[in-house]
Write a protein that binds this ligand. Structure first.
Ligand code: ADP
Ligand code: GLC
Length: 478
């Protein structure tokens, strides 16, 4: 059977392995290969940050823009790390080192509204055929940074191509002053409640939710949560109004990057039939982090942004429970200064039992996944979450709160421990359960095996995206 290849232009502000601040990059980096297996050809439009330009191979200029918000720009077509890219090269907007959103003072770049309006404007013009040899059937925008894509499409002429807006995190909405409107190149009549206006401001994510043909988020439960007043962060009304045009498609993980059987970043490789090799990773992790070496202490791993979302401010109060139960903690994270300081202090107070590494470290992330007994994710809300999926793949039992994608991917008592109340008591009770489980090796191993048997790959989600794209582009489903 020959399948018609469908061309999709993804639009995103980060992409693994070139630029990453969180799970968004993982998703944008892994979906193209998975979609390729479904007969969908994805090209991704990304800003020309220094790291992207440096990695780009065999590039060709396919579009020249003499003045893009105050400077010249080109679109380069090329490849990097196996990804087909369109790179928006505009030195006045993107050629700044380091974090894609923050300046050296740790604050948002003051021109972020323009930087990401430019990305969306160029995406829309490519969607309308600005590059002669390339005409995508669907545009797929990710998060607020590409949220205006649908607005530039909607106000740019009749019959725009279909568009999808994916919400990875409703907490980041990209709200900017209304006074910016004349600079954006959108018509005045775009600034209305059913356009880009949001509480008197310009809402980039809101515009995408309002004007895209379809809206997805990264798990079915989060798709339900964001349609409630409690979880909707002020956008629930609009999301309810969009009805069936909103759906949830669960994330997967790149099962080649995250494969305990071939992972060269860990000490000992294993799969479900060679689980006896896994403890060597625990020993190595304990040694690396200065924790007391031994197989018996239940070792809890955490790999996370340190923010209110992740619920980790509850950990200091619950920690005595973990320590009293003979447990150990290996935390890797970066984020809010207060939390970083709190964890540094805990590690100082409980040397040999608690280790907190503040920073971003891919190698250590793999080693914590392989070496821990449990992976803790006590989020207050979690659109999907990827670290619990990696944990399942690495035979590390996830201990998660019952929210969003965590609720959709971990089955309490079958593949992990799921707890309801995201507060100190709830976390302490979950820790007690985990420690008791670790003392019951047969039950513990059953969870490990059941978790490792779960399909956490992109196969099923990529099928769902492919079917969605085909439906939107008017192609027959496969
Ligand atoms: P979010 O996108 O909300 O931060 P996810 O669980 O979806 O959460 O994705 C986080 C991704 O970032 C995972 O790939 C995780 O391994 C990685 N990660 C988070 N913090 C760190 C860190 N400090 N060092 C290395 N990797 C990290
Ligand atoms: C966001 C969410 C996280 C999700 C990731 C990728 O950063 O916080 O839950 O897994 O995006 O979709």
């Amino acid at each position: 059977m020959t399948r018609k290849t469908l061309e999709v232009l993804a639009v995103a502000s980060e992409i693994y392995p070139l630029v990453k601040t969180g799970g968004l990059a993982d998703v944008v980096g892994a979906l193209p290969a998975a979609l390729g297996r479904q007969g969908v050809a994805v090209t991704t439009l990304v800003p020309g940050y220094p790291a992207v330009l440096a990695a780009l191979e065999k590039s060709q200029t396919v579009l020249v823009i003499p003045d893009l918000f105050g400077g010249p720009a080109t679109v380069l077509r090329g490849a990097a790390a196996g990804l087909d890219l369109l790179v928006l090269s505009a030195s006045h907007l993107y050629e700044r080192p380091g974090n894609p959103y923050l300046g050296p003072d740790g604050r948002d770049w003051p021109d972020n509204a323009i930087r990401f309006a430019a990305l969306a404007a160029i995406a829309a013009s490519i969607g309308r055929g600005a590059i002669r040899s390339y005409r995508p059937a669907v545009l797929h925008a990710h998060d607020w940074q590409s949220g205006l894509t649908a607005a530039y499409l909607a106000y740019g002429g009749p019959q725009p191509p279909a568009s999808v807006m994916t919400v990875h995190n409703l907490a980041f909405q990209g709200q900017f002053p209304a006074s910016l409107l004349p600079r954006l190149g959108l018509p005045d009549n775009a600034f209305r409640f059913d356009g880009i206006e949001h509480h008197g401001m310009i809402g980039y994510l809101k515009a995408g939710l309002q004007l895209s043909t379809h809206v997805t988020t990264v798990s079915p439960t989060y798709a339900d949560e964001i349609r409630t007043e409690q979880g909707g962060m002020g956008l629930d009304g609009l999301l309810r109004y969009r009805g069936d045009a909103v759906s949830g498609i669960l994330n997967g993980i790149d099962t080649e990057v995250w494969n305990p059987a071939s992972d060269t970043l860990i000490t000992a490789r294993y799969d479900v039939s060679t689980l006896k090799e896994k403890p060597a990773n625990k020993t190595a992790l304990q040694a690396r982090l200065g924790l007391t070496i031994g197989p018996d202490a239940p070792l809890f791993g955490i790999i996370s942004r340190l923010s209110w979302q992740k619920g980790l401010d509850l950990l200091p109060a619950a920690l005595p429970r973990l320590i009293a139960g003979g447990g150990q903690l290996a935390l890797l994270g970066a984020g809010e200064a207060e939390l970083e300081a709190a964890f540094r202090k805990l590690a100082d107070e409980h040397k040999s039992k608690v280790s907190c590494t503040i920073g971003y470290d891919e190698t250590l992330a793999h080693q914590i996944q392989a070496g821990s007994d449990f992976l803790m994710v006590p989020s207050r809300f979690e659109p999907c979450g990827l670290t619990q999926l990696c944990a399942l793949r690495y035979g590390t039992v996830p201990m998660v709160s019952k929210v969003g994608g965590l609720a959709d991917t971990v089955a309490d008592g079958h593949t992990g421990i799921v707890f309801d109340a995201v507060n100190e008591a709830g976390l302490a009770a979950a820790l007690d359960r985990a420690i008791a489980l670790h003392h019951t090796p047969r039950a513990f191993k059953a969870l490990v095996r059941q978790g490792m048997a779960q399909d956490v790959s992109w196969d099923a989600p990529a099928k769902a995206y492919a079917n969605l794209y085909r439906a939107l582009a008017g192609h027959a489903p496969q």
